[in-house]
Design a protein. Structure first.
Length: 299
């Protein structure tokens, strides 16, 4: 087993070209990774890595060794995982991506609760509002708030609808006029939520009628909390998930605009790489997360 730890450290350094980055990935110290690689080189009697002050690269022998042992290590770890799963144990590293606002509000409690039930699972969270590629970014599970998926190669799991509301500050509405119908929005600063922080189109519906509004001519951003604060500062009208603006609404820092008009529905979803079968740790976390957001922390 000690030999496998050395090989795992070597492969991490070879892939990341850095002892420090490999240590971070493996939850080790950089000196420990250095010692593991050196011990492997001593045992094999050959230099595997070229070390300079600027970079770390493979020797020709290191490249041959890495190509041979990488699939072997992967198969070994897969076998160990399958044996644990056969016993009903969720273990191993679980890489999760989530939107920034949702992640900050929900994931700390989810992670703490999940770790109590599954202490052998290591959770790795990355928070970003952009739409990640779960395959190329090596994500095991991504949490999204979005419309129906367009990518048919991934696996999607619908959790619940996420309610969105139009909001503005009382001061803004007092200064620039009330909003009683969707057409009024064309005369106001509409703040856009967009991945590229450019613009978005709001489609509002009421009793079979629809109206579209182009937002982003004044301000745009790629994070909901940022736009909520801008709206509180009186910069305009924002269309945001209720869970982000609920505290400001209850404290009268924001007020709802056009409550009878519904925006295009968004869903909280989980999506995964194209697994033939969900790994047990992924399934267990998915079930735990769904239970939390539908029964404990309704969005």
């Amino acid at each position: 087993m000690h030999e496998f730890s050395q090989i795992r450290a070597f492969l991490a350094v070879a892939e990341l070209h850095s002892f420090v980055a490999a240590a971070r990935l493996l939850s080790m110290t950089a000196p420990s990774v250095t010692r593991a690689v050196s011990a492997l080189e001593d045992r094999l009697g050959v230099q595997l890595l070229l070390r300079t002050t600027r970079q770390v690269s493979l020797t020709s022998a290191g490249a041959i060794y890495a190509a041979r042992v990488k699939p072997l290590l992967a198969e070994f770890e897969k076998a160990a995982e399958e044996v644990r799963e056969e016993q009903g144990e969720a273990a191993g590293l679980l890489r999760i991506n989530a939107p920034m606002s949702l992640g900050l509000q929900v994931l700390p409690d989810v992670a703490s609760g999940f770790r109590v039930e599954h202490p052998d699972t290591t959770l790795s969270f990355s928070l970003t509002d952009r739409f990640v590629d779960v395959v190329s970014d090596k994500i095991d599970l991504a949490i999204r708030i979005s419309q129906a998926p367009k990518d048919k190669s991934t696996i999607w799991r619908k959790i619940c609808r996420v309610r969105r509301v139009l909001v503005a500050s009382p001061g803004y509405l007092a200064a620039f006029g009330s909003i009683t119908k969707p057409e009024d929005l064309h005369d106001h600063a509409c703040l856009a939520y967009d991945e590229e922080a450019v613009s978005e189109t709001w489609e509002l519906s009421n009793a079979g009628r629809t109206h579209k509004v182009r937002a982003g001519q004044a301000l745009a951003g790629n994070n909901g909390d940022l736009l909520a604060r801008l709206a509180e500062n009186g910069e305009g009208v924002a269309l945001l998930p209720l869970f982000i603006v609920e505290p400001a609404l209850s404290e009268k820092r924001l007020q709802q605009v056009l409550p009878e008009w519904e925006p295009t529905p968004l869903w909280l979803t989980l999506y995964y790489p194209p697994y033939e079968k969900l790994p047990l740790r992924v399934k267990k976390f998915s079930d735990f997360f769904e239970n939390y957001v539908t029964r404990i922390r309704a969005l």
